[in-house]
Design a protein around this ligand. Structure first.
Ligand code: SF4
Ligand code: SF4
Length: 307
């Protein structure tokens, strides 16, 4: 197979596995400006307690340090935009990305299958990643031309919005490479900045320490006083900077059953959440990314919503 043929094969296979988009970039160091900005962002303490961001910077800044010998970064995205019946209004609710099965598992399974299919065509060494390694996922997705990073710091996929899980295959095959998209999706818009209830998103950047997603999911300590007013009914994550983005008017509901909400989750009312037992929590989130949050932290969040 020529590299052109293998490239076409990989993209066709990615589509048949359910990935909404697939783009490919040459594996090398990230742009110096990106590296400089990231270093400054961390130095200013914007990452809060996410100290892992300070580690493995050589790998984060050059994927060849993470997977020696890799030549190509195959970037994919899985749509998780919720079905109308899974959008819960007027009740406590989870961020949309957490409604279904743990996306790390759902996405990696598909990446492993993709890698196996590539190997049926030609022997290829590689590794699969999804939010589990020091990789600048949105940067690579943008570089592979599958979207553009908006002011809300999400990847905006043209004609499809921002509700995507991202994943990568780092492989040793040389392929033909895509170029970044050449347009600014945010011209004349600042809706996400205005929608952000905590000031985490501003025209100057993003401060994770103020972000409700960080505070309710990553942060293990006591929540700031009066944060409940900002949280509203969101006890796990916060979708406002996505919900406000006009590009999501073009989003279509996911057809991937992995990301549909289970009936048991959809049946939960406010009283059920406030009185949830650890046993029920484990039952609801046995195969969910929420399981890593832990019962105590979830209760901390739910109680904060009560105030
Ligand atoms: S998730 Fe919520 S708090 Fe965080 S940046 Fe977006 S709108 Fe702001
Ligand atoms: S809401 Fe507007 S400014 Fe924010 S990411 Fe979407 S298009 Fe860009």
């Amino acid at each position: 197979m020529t590299k052109e043929q293998l490239t076409l094969f990989i993209k066709a296979e990615a589509r048949s596995l359910g990935f909404a988009v697939c783009g490919i970039a040459k594996a090398d160091a990230v742009a110096p400006e990106t590296a400089r900005r990231l270093e400054q962002w961390i130095k200013e303490g914007n990452g809060g307690t996410m100290s892992y961001l300070e580690r493995n910077s050589e790998k984060r800044l050059d994927v060849r340090e993470l997977v020696p010998g890799c030549r190509s970064v195959v970037c994919v995205a899985l749509n998780y935009y919720p079905r109308e019946r899974d959008i819960i209004r007027g009740r406590l609710h989870l961020s949309h990305y957490a409604l279904g099965r743990d996306y790390h598992k759902a996405l990696k399974e598909r990446l492993f299958t993709l890698l196996a299919h590539i190997n049926e065509q030609q022997p290829t060494a590689g590794r699969a990643f999804c939010d589990t390694a020091p990789i600048l996922e949105r940067y690579w997705a943008a570089r592979a031309g599958i979207g553009v990073i908006g002011k809300n710091h999400q990847l905006i996929v043209p004609g499809a919005g921002t509700h995507f899980f991202l994943g990568e295959l780092l492989i040793d095959a040389e392929l033909t490479y895509d170029t970044p998209l050449d347009h600014n999706p945010c011209v004349g818009c600042d809706r996400c900045l205005r929608a952000c209830p905590t000031g985490a998103l501003t025209a100057h950047g993003f401060d994770a320490r103020r972000c409700l997603s960080y505070l309710t999911i990553e942060y293990r300590g006591e929540l700031p006083k009066n944060i409940g007013e900002k949280m509203g009914n969101c006890f796990y994550g916060c979708d406002r900077c996505q919900a406000s983005c006009p590009h999501n008017r073009e989003a279509v509901a996911t057809e991937i059953p992995d990301f549909w909400a289970a009936e048991s989750l959809r049946a939960m009312h406010n009283d059920d959440w406030h009185n949830i037992t650890e046993e029920k929590y484990k039952e609801l989130f046995a195969d969910s990314a929420v399981e890593r949050c832990g019962y105590e932290q979830l209760m901390r969040n739910i109680k904060a919503c009560e105030r």
